[in-house]
Design a protein around this ligand. Structure first.
Ligand code: ZN
Length: 191
């Protein structure tokens, strides 16, 4: 079975261009591109871009997503600079590794000072990337070159950011489901 990860890595620049499928036929880069194109045209274009950016490491897709989210925020009445920043945070969040940036997902951090390993303070030992309101506010202030406080961020932007993140994650899930469905069909044809 060709996985979603494998499907996306087939079209990434570093791909090995062929994958045995169901032990019989072969699934090539062209097949992968064709399948993704089909899913895209079925109405999962945003979700496919998320998968390309997240799994395929495609920075072009990431930029397109940021552009699309920015536009939708602007048309919802948000100022362009703020829209762009929220879009960038949302896309980075959804397309990121999901792991804590400090401990890289191990949940532990080594202290040079004490020469021993501690529970990671950033993620409380979970290893998950779960930014706090303050982290988002700092990120936002940096991107907009403003002095947005945590409180301002909470009041003005947090809900919009969460909406954008939810939408992107949902689109990603739906596109991945559709890809799996089509991969199953392809494998049945080959087998
Ligand atoms: Zn951590």
């Amino acid at each position: 079975m060709v996985s979603i990860e494998r499907l996306l890595s087939l079209i990434s620049p570093k791909a090995i261009s062929i994958e045995p499928i169901a032990g019989k036929g072969l699934f090539s880069t062209e097949d992968a591109a064709g399948l993704l194109g089909q899913v895209q045209h079925l109405g999962y274009a945003v979700g496919i871009r998320v998968l390309e950016a997240k799994i395929g490491g495609n920075s072009g897709s990431k930029l397109l997503l940021i552009g699309a989210v920015t536009d939708s925020l602007i048309s919802a009445g948000m100022a362009p600079t703020a829209s762009r920043a929220i879009a960038e945070i949302a896309v980075s969040d959804v397309c990121g590794t999901g792991k804590c940036e400090k401990c890289h997902g191990t949940g532990e951090s080594y202290s040079m000072r004490y020469n021993r390993i501690f529970k990671c303070g950033r993620c409380q030992g979970t290893g998950d990337h779960f930014p706090k309101m303050r982290d988002y506010a700092t990120w936002f202030a940096l991107l907009t070159k403003s002095s947005c406080s945590t409180e301002d961020f909470r009041n003005l932007y947090y809900d919009r950011l969460m909406d954008a993140i939810d939408t992107l994650s949902r689109e990603e899930g739906e596109a991945a489901r559709q890809c799996r469905k089509m991969l199953n069909l392809t494998e049945q044809e080959v087998a």
